[in-house]
Write a new protein. Structure first.
Length: 283
């Protein structure tokens, strides 16, 4: 074939320029007289190899990440910051759950049984017997009176002292009671009700009752009230205080002003005894 043939030239131009360029470059690098080796295709330039290699690297990295998370403190921590934070939070939650579930109950407090040790001796408490109420000392009778009369005379004097009455009023009251009842607390045969109360005898002068023979019908009080010596004495002193100038009157006239008795001079005979009794009870 002639070198100037167009077809020959066409075939010659169709040869890849890369090969001649590579051969010339290789020839320049290794020398002009060395036999050139046939160019080889790189191993990593193959697509299947690249895919397999990429897959293997991905798997290895995944395993390494898992091993790093589970490896504890000695393994290198290569996890990303976000993954590391998630793992830490999971570990803390796990630790808290295990603590709350595995916690033992506090041991119950064991109290010693009564028989385990002998009880401490109790202090001996000396209880004093309750004191019996002391009865008021009964006054010693004077001026020929018996004990019942003297007891009633003391009631009359005590009520007068409580009302701040002077000594002369005490004598007037004692003389009046000596004349009216002989210093005895008398019921009345006219009032059977009066016998239902403590008494020391009975009289029959209308409805008069008590130490001063005061009449319920005259407004001195009820039968029950007048049968109490303390009430009867207070009623007498109250009436005596209502008499103007009674302090300057004779014992007989002062008593009569209160009692309005049919025998006004009878009270005078008791003045000396009444004075003696009043002195004995106020000493």
């Amino acid at each position: 074939m002639h070198p100037d043939d167009p077809s020959d030239q066409k075939l010659t131009d169709a040869r890849p320029a890369t090969q001649s360029d590579d051969a010339a470059s290789t020839e320049r690098m290794i020398g002009r007289h060395r036999v050139l080796d046939r160019p080889r295709r790189p191993l990593l330039s193959s697509t299947p190899v690249r895919v397999a290699l990429a897959t293997g690297v991905t798997c290895c990295l995944g395993l390494a990440a898992v091993a790093t998370v589970r490896g504890g403190d000695d393994a290198p921590r290569t996890v990303e910051p976000l993954a590391e934070a998630v793992a830490d939070r999971a570990a803390i939650a796990d630790e808290r759950a295990s603590r709350s579930l595995d916690r033992d109950l506090a041991p119950a407090r064991v109290l010693p049984s009564p028989t385990a040790a002998s009880p401490a001796p109790r202090p001996t408490v000396v209880r004093k017997a309750p004191k019996k109420p002391v009865k008021p000392r009964r006054p010693r009778p004077v001026a020929g009176l018996d004990q019942a009369q003297m007891d009633n005379a003391k009631i009359i004097v005590d009520v007068g002292l409580d009302m701040k009455m002077p000594r002369r009023a005490l004598v007037v009251a004692l003389a009046t009671a000596m004349q009216e009842s002989n210093l005895y607390n008398l019921a009345s045969d006219v009032l059977p009700e009066s016998a239902n109360y403590p008494n020391q005898g009975s009289g029959s002068d209308h409805d008069s009752v008590g130490l001063f023979q005061q009449r319920p019908s005259s407004g001195w009080g009820t039968v029950a009230e007048l049968m109490r010596p303390s009430y009867a004495a207070r009623a007498f002193y109250t009436a005596l205080n209502e008499i103007p100038g009674w302090q300057d009157m004779s014992i007989t006239y002062a008593a009569q002003s209160v009692q309005i008795s049919a025998y006004p001079d009878a009270y005078a005979q008791h003045e000396d005894r009444a004075t003696t009794v009043a002195a004995a009870l106020t000493a």
